[in-house]
Structures are given as C-alpha cells and as structure tokens.
Design a protein. Sequence first.
Length: 97
Amino acid sequence: FGAGMSGGIAYVYDPENKFPERCNMGLVGLEEIDTIEEKEKVFAFIQEHVEVTESPVGQRMLENWELEYKNFVKVFPHDYKRVLEERAAKAKNAVAA
C-alpha cells in the first residue's frame, strides 16, 4: 500500500496492527488520528458509508467509536506532507511580514 500515492491522506482500519508490514514505508508515513477535527472527519466518512451501504461493520464502528477510532491508521505520503508543511511555513512567514 502507498505506491502511487502522491497526494491526499488515506485512513485504514487496522485493528490487528498488521498494516505496517503491508505498506511501502519508503513513500508514506503512518500516523494516528491526532486531532478532534480529524476524528470527526473519519467518523463522518464511516457514517456516510453506513447510510449508503447499511454496513453492519460500519455501524458497530460508529456505536463503539471512542474505542474504534484508535484502530485507524493515517497514511500520509512523505511528499504530500512536505508540501503541506512548506505551504504552512510560507503562510506563517507572510503573516509575520
């Protein structure tokens, strides 16, 4: 997983913590969901999925969200992260100037 990812972020459900061995770590980094906004965004993705598919697995995730969100891995391409950090630094410098 990760080959060809040049932009964007993926969230992978990995309750057994087996994803890192299946991932191209040279191209992407793995992170935790670390903000309330991000936690709410992933919840909304699952909620929409359940509404469209009536997925019982998704429904169980939503019902146990405070435990389940910790089973998601954020897959962040190194190049994309670098670009976002550069943009944030430029914006910060522009405000300071």
